[in-house]
Design a protein around this ligand. Structure first.
Ligand code: PLP
Length: 360
């Protein structure tokens, strides 16, 4: 069996041992005579899976008791709406830093709910950088400050978070669990699972408990964070198989030595690819400014459209998958999430060097 060098932006690579374990357990989960997918979500076997996922995430991310962990559906995209519905009262202003397509989408949904303000933006530079902390200008009566911690499409990442007198909210869909983060700095964090946490289908929300005291009373039940926090995310049927896969991914992260070790490896992985770019004398041109480079999504362009096509076609032949860039940036993007092995990044860097020799 040959596994691809999977650089997909999301859904993306899962750790091989996780897939193998799911395969082993698929037909008969813990002697129940059925798959996890077939278990009642009220059974003690599923309950154990559910709570294990929650507890492991708490442990690995060092989540303090002040914060709750919720499992939802609807992806990060539903959080673009749920955040303002729950946390943006009429008299206050939702503050947004625009660093890419996903933060634009978050702002667009917030506008439908209430007042908003753009606290900083790098749109004028086609999102090649993360605004510096002193560029952030909060509005009056700010309800919260929303950021996108890693910009999946443009390949930029916050390396230091704003420490302002306002509740900080982060869309961490594409870098959650990739590096150590101080949860206490955040009022709320959300992430669709399909980049670093597991398959699509479950969305993780980490929320500081006191925020839930001010949620408006008239929200639809399924759009109200309190529904999830008061029921251990079991008000209705949760995405049981996705949460099971999440629990396996979290066990794998623990076996790797936790987030600290994952972070170290992620930096090594990103370094080999960025080194190939930096050593190419401009043949590969990085989209992100150096200080804003992402350790998760490496974006670069080649001299022209024709060479880019050739690069992608040859890469495909050699087993590299998912390297085409998003249309708003063009060129190429290597998404190197937690489950992408170092060897895949090394192989890509080598391929880039060989390709350059022939076409530069
Ligand atoms: C992928 C992604 C999203 C969209 O996630 P869905 O789960 O598809 O809604 C939002 N924000 C960021 C930063 C992403 O990378």
């Amino acid at each position: 069996m040959k596994r691809a060098y999977n650089f997909n932006a999301g859904p993306s690579a899962l750790p091989l041992p996780v897939l193998q374990r799911a395969q082993e357990e698929l037909l008969n989960f813990q002697n129940t005579g059925m798959s996890v997918m077939e278990l009642s979500h009220r059974s003690k076997e599923y309950d154990a899976v559910h709570n294990k996922a929650k507890q492991l995430l708490r442990k690995l991310m060092n989540i303090p008791d002040t914060h709750d962990v919720l499992f939802l559906q609807g992806g990060a995209s539903l959080q673009f709406s749920m955040v303002p519905m729950n946390l943006l009262p009429r008299e206050k202003v939702g503050n947004y830093v625009l660093t890419g397509v996903w933060s634009e989408k978050a702002l667009k949904e917030a506008k439908k709910v209430g007042q908003t303000h753009i606290a900083a933006s790098s749109k004028e530079a086609n999102y090649t950088y993360i605004p510096s902390l002193d560029q952030i200008q909060l509005s009056e009566r700010a309800a919260y400050l929303h950021i996108t911690s890693n910009n999946t499409i443009f390949g930029t990442q916050w390396h230091e978070f704003p420490n302002l007198p306002v509740d900080l909210i982060a869309d961490m869909s594409s870098d959650i669990l990739s590096r150590e983060v101080n949860i206490e700095q955040f009022a709320l964090i959300y992430a669709g699972a399909q980049k670093n946490l597991g398959p699509s289908g479950v969305t993780v929300v980490i929320v500081r408990n006191d925020l839930l005291e001010h949620v408006p009373e008239n929200l639809p039940t399924m759009l109200d964070y309190r529904t999830y926090s008061s029921s251990n995310s079991l008000y209705n049927t949760p995405p049981t198989f996705a949460i099971y896969m999440l629990s396996l991914v979290l066990e794998w992260v623990e076996e790797q030595g936790g987030v600290k070790m994952i972070e170290k490896r992620n930096k090594e992985k990103a370094s080999v690819v960025y080194e190939a770019i930096d050593a190419s004398a401009g043949f590969y041109s990085p989209h992100a400014e150096k200080g804003s480079r992402s350790f998760m999504n490496v974006t670069f362009t080649l001299p022209n459209e024709e060479i880019t096509k050739k690069f992608l076609a040859e890469a495909k032949e050699q087993g590299f998958v998912g390297l085409a860039g998003h249309r708003s940036v063009g060129g190429c993007r290597a998404s190197i999430y937690n489950a992408v092995p170092y060897e895949a990044c090394e192989a890509l860097a080598e391929f880039m060097k060989q390709f350059q020799k022939r076409f530069a």
